[in-house]
Design a protein around this ligand. Sequence first.
Ligand code: 26Q
Length: 835
Amino acid sequence: MIVENNRLITLLSEEQKADLISLEKQFAHHLEYTIGKNKYTLGNTDIYKALGHTVRDFLIDRLNVTNERYLNEDPKKIYYFSLEFLMGRTLMNALINLGLYDIIKQMIGSFGFDLESILEFEMDAGLGNGGLGRLAACFLDSMATLNIPGFGYGIRYDYGIFNQIIVNGSQLEMPDHWDADGVPYEVVRPDITFSVGFYGHTETHITGKGKLQYRWIPGETVLASAHDCPVPGFNTSTVNYLRLWTAKSSEEFNLDYFNHGDYMKAVQDKSISENISKVLYPNDTTEQGKMLRLKQQYFMVCASLQDIIAQYKQANVSLDRLSDKIAIQLNDTHPSIGISELMRILMDQEDWDWDDAWDLTTKIFSYTNHTVLPEALETWKVSLIETLLPRHMQIIYEINQRFLEDVRKSGKLNETEIEEVSIIEEGNEKRIRMANLAVVGANKVNGVAALHSDLIIKTIFKSFYKIFPDKFNNKTNGITPRRWLIQSNPSLTALIAKKIGPSFATDLEKLRDLENHIGDAEFRNDWAKVKQVNKENLAKLIKGDTGIVIDPDSMIDVQVKRFHEYKRQLLNILRVIALYRRIKENPNITITPRTVIFGGKAAPGYYMAKLIIKLINNVASIVNHDKDVADRLKVIFLPNYRVSLAEKIIPGTNLSEQISTAGTEASGTSNMKFMLNGALTIGTLDGANVEMLEEVGRENIYIFGLKTEEVFATKQSGYDPRDWIEKNEEMGRILRMIRENFFSQNELGIFMPIHDSLFYTDTYLLMADFKAYDEMQKKVAEDFRNAEEWTKKAILNVARAGKFSSDRTIREYAKDIWKVPLLSTVPPQTSYQLG
Ligand code: 26Q
């Protein structure tokens, strides 16, 4: 393939021309030889794939340079263990971080294509449920940007989080075969393969030194094979990687079956072991305790530890200094079986004593907790672990026995408290409490926002805190400004860079300089224009995805997140119903026009969450078709909320809904994304909202509702939602509409479970908070009418969003938990021009 269109090249310097020409050649080469197409057969996905391979070449160059540096300097390495990495799309992010965006845009342009449209062909890597998985992805970006040798380890699921479609108002789940067309940027490493054992039994034997040693004889082995996603830092040469394991059968055929002529059974067994990396589990409490999930956890941890130790042994003879050279962060309890696995390796394979092994293990692991809800804490039946991982069960028993002995000796806890901290939960069926294992085995335990870290030591880990006060610390979450500002909101990025310079890209506190310009009317005008254009783009997307036309001048009011009762999407839709009623009762009422947008997935087995989605859709279809409402209110449910959709919704938002019951949302991270993109927040004093308030002050955020202590007190004193319903006539009428099938005329009674839960239990105190929420929404509506003041507040929010950069979070992990210095930046040859 020959480059014909040289028109653009004439605008460039000699050096750039050379770059552009070589890029064009590289791209054309991939199109022809990697993808195997010519100009007669090529389609848009081929352009995307060839581009992916072109970018991959750059990533691999820098990956190799980075590896060489790590070999030479031998720094301490950080391994982030997570069952979830919600990476979303990779290509645009790589172009920005590598500084190739402008030149690639030109290059693709010279072939007659538009870069942005080509990038739309990339599928999201949705290998996570929500906040926890996306946090892992943001952390990888920050570690690479800060030149920390930090690597992600996880599973390369064939199917990520399901695709959501809405049929007749209800969620339907579709498989997410995200890699169906291939993943051009990944590096497949079949040479990096480890075996992982399951089942079987343990034996003892006497070592040469006369010591009793245990040995696990697995009954089944599966191979774990590495796939690396390169992770480029922004404006630095560092490229780290995310290593994801896929399961491969250890035998192509089970020869036993094969020899007895059962060819089909022989192949079936192969696919059974490969099931391990087949599908991501949704965060569904009813899915707890499933054998395949435990297999996934051990599979990931076992392969990763082998890989880490093999790498370490390339530079070191003995494992003595392992804890000086590596640290492992456990993203929730999901990979915490790793604690017992490292103990097993040290004792059974490396011949260490218990005490030395335990000393080393507890220096290496740290644990991040992401929930205070007791029902969400992971436990496993002892019988299940005994079957799948018999040696680990022995080790866990011994960890617990020694731990409880120490606790008793210390005299710090009474018997009830000792029962509470035990790793084993006694009862009909004994269970392993993974959070307790993680706390006992970890060097440091952290919560994810100040309020949350405070709460865990007062509630779920109260007794642990008495024993290990120094273990516990806070690391308030953050988000990467590369994806969540520079990439998702290029026009706001350009405006900000024009005003205060580009340094905020890696030092988000620099945004504070924007405060000096809040008084500048022209700047505010430019700011408002940027928001307006983003809203118009969002309106186009909504038209495309739902067919509904919205008014881009209306207030764009958004709640996007997983559906969970504690997040209270129901509170939001109840207030929409209230607004609708007010319009119907008083058709001439003037209200601030709003477009209320919802998005998010419910776990497939979470009945109530799915019913709330259905209610929202039914309310939407009535409100949106009611002529009396005119343009004053629209309700939109955007299907299949995911990272790439978030990138488009957030920049066009005016009002961010963060309305969980106080004390339930550990941190939240979308709250930070909206703040950074100039939305104002209506929210409770929950999670990181508390710290957002601290940054911006009362006048610049709409805080309402019961505080955490008040929530506890209300529940303590025997909360009855009917007391609140009686006091609020309007709420009585809303509940009656639900009861009397106003929103379910063709499906009588379907919303009764929602009605009854509000009326009789109301676990998340919607009835108690409704009035405060509604009144605060009135204030929001009023304030929005004053466009100048609203814009001032929006600028101030962005100016004070610096704290919520994941760079800040990662610096804190590096200093307080991992004890790693940041390496110096090696300036790259190319850099991204902001704006
Ligand atoms: C449980 C059992 C079986 C299978 C899966 C799971 C499972 C999977 C994922 C349970 C929970 C999760 C994810 C939890 C999560 O995303 N938590 C969120 O973490 C964010 C990052 O710290 C916080 O900001 C949110 O507040 C928190 O809800």
